[in-house]
Design a protein around this ligand. Structure first.
Ligand SMILES: Nc1ncnc2c1ncn2[C@@H]1O[C@H](COP(=O)(O)OP(=O)(O)O)[C@@H](O)[C@H]1O
Ligand SMILES: [Mg+2]
Length: 467
């Protein structure tokens, strides 16, 4: 989910970077201190040093027992933090819906529940790893006492001067400092490992393959050719498309219609290679699209979807996004064709109006028009509008269709539209149902056929539904 991925990129990354920045230097200092003191102690008395060194394996055993137990909770903590982030992201994105359905309390409760999970994992992780420090101090103090007793005996026997024992005891005390520091660090390092695991999960995801097939380039007049395409989203499930054939000539406007779930968006996803087909081929100018890199293939397309994507910035910048360094005339021309110009002129700041993050200061339909203007400006070889005018009134929708014919002369375009009245003039109508093409033709020929299209068309006007 978005929120979880975002949490990995922010919280987990931050966790790793702060460990590297702060604790790594501390770790180096501690190690250096440890060996310097060790050297000093050896120079005073080797038997006493050996006694002190018993501390080290005991410490290692303690850390070895305690650390893995808290590690589990550190992982839990980071995981729940990701889930909480996702929940926050979702509820904010759907804030209006949450309020409209009176779900504030429910959302608050599920937030509290998730928050509680973090709290539980977090305190357990901190508690268990927090035990390391006092345990270590205890062991160190035992060592200190041992040295005091052993040293005292040696001094009484006159084997060692009292000044040396005095110095040795101070070193013993200092010796424990780097060890305690390192153990405290294990705490931080553990949560860093938990974070690193979550980041590597993302990095280790398999890359998309660019499976070159080296199929021969065919000479054909069609710019796009769906040739006996078979496709299903899940390899185990039934296929959605069993035998899909659609040749499209350069310059054609293809209108794709059909009920919801018919596979219209799927067909466009296949065209842009968001998914790979199971059998058959999709050719672009005679070349199998699987032989082209995704970047190269997609550079020929501009796509406008039902979901608008606008960024914080002026309307002008949002339209200009479609092309590198467009001239002002080009932007205005595109926005006139997409009927953006009319409503923008009525805004007090015109094209300089800043769209906020959700672009909630203009209507959904106006947002769609801006994204269409952006695609018009991009002037791609192939333009795809997937229900891009669903929130626009039918009159403007028809006007945009006509603008496409004049403005994008010679361009090939695919238009998915629900309101059949708006595609009446299209020369090439493809009617889809259950992943297959059931009819093709223009409005008149399809109406004459009195088949699926005629049913769809009539039901939109009479309100009668033929099942
Ligand atoms: N990402 C996906 N994973 C699995 N099934 C999907 C996915 N996207 C769409 N489908 C299924 O494929 C069918 C066609 O969907 P789609 O092409 O989006 O329909 P539409 O004609 O309304 O655009 C639907 O039955 C849908 O459930
Ligand atoms: Mg769709």
């Amino acid at each position: 989910s978005n929120g979880d991925i975002m949490s990995r990129a922010t919280n987990d990354m931050d966790n790793i970077s702060s460990t590297l920045q702060q604790n790594l230097t501390q770790l180096i200092t501690s190690i250096a201190t440890f060996f310097s003191i060790l050297w000093m102690m050896i120079s005073i008395s080797i038997p006493l040093t050996l006694w002190v060194l018993i501390i080290v394996p005991v410490s290692v055993v303690i850390i070895g027992i305690v650390a893995p137990r808290s590690q589990k909770y550190f992982s839990d903590q980071q995981r729940h933090l990701g889930l909480l982030n996702n929940q926050i992201e979702e509820t904010y994105a759907g804030y209006t819906i949450v309020r409209a359905y009176n779900h504030e309390d429910k959302e608050r409760q599920s937030f509290a529940a998730e928050n509680d999970q973090i709290y539980k994992a977090s305190w357990k992780a901190q508690f268990i790893s927090g035990m390391i420090m006092p345990l270590m101090t205890f062991i160190n103090n035992l060592g200190y006492i041992g040295i005091a007793i052993l040293g005292g005996i040696k001094v009484a026997n006159g084997k060692i001067p009292i000044g040396d024992i005095q110095a040795f005891l101070q070193y013993t005390d200092q010796f424990s400092q780097p060890i305690s520091q390192i153990t405290t660090l294990t705490n931080q390092i553990q949560s860093t490992i938990a974070s690193a695991e979550r980041i590597f999960q993302v990095l280790d995801e398999p890359e998309m393959k660019n499976n070159k097939q080296n199929l021969p380039v065919k000479k054909e007049k069609e710019i796009i050719n769906f040739d006996h395409v078979q496709f299903g989203y899940n390899p185990n499930d039934e296929l959605l498309m069993t035998d899909y054939n659609l040749p499209v000539k350069k310059g054609e406007i293809v209108a794709i219609v059909g009920p919801t779930g018919a596979g219209k968006t799927t067909m466009i996803n296949l065209l842009e290679r968001f998914y790979d087909i199971k059998a058959g081929s999709i050719r672009f100018n005679g070349q199998d699209t699987r032989d082209m890199s995704r970047e190269k293939l997609r550079s020929h397309f501009a796509m406008v979807l039902q979901d608008t994507w606008l960024f914080t910035g002026t309307i002008y910048d949002n339209i200009a996004y479609g092309k590198e360094n467009p001239s002002k005339d080009e932007v205005i021309k595109a926005s006139k064709a997409a009927h953006v110009d009319t409503f923008v002129k009525q805004l007090p700041k015109g094209y300089k109006t800043i769209l906020n993050e959700e672009a909630s200061n203009i209507s959904q339909g106006q947002r769609q028009l801006i994204t269409i203007a952006r695609a018009f400006l991009a002037n791609p070889e192939i333009l795809i509008l997937d229900e891009a005018t669903s929130s626009v009134d039918s009159r403007t929708e028809v006007q945009i269709q006509h603008a496409m014919e004049t403005l994008l002369k010679g361009r090939t375009s695919f238009v998915v539209a629900h309101r059949l009245s708006t595609i009446r003039d299209a020369q090439h109508i493809v009617v889809m149902n259950h992943g297959s093409i059931v009819e093709t033709g223009n409005h008149d020929s399809l109406m004459k056929k009195n088949g699926f299209y005629a049913d769809l068309y009539n039901s939109q006007f009479s309100g009668k539904v033929v099942i």
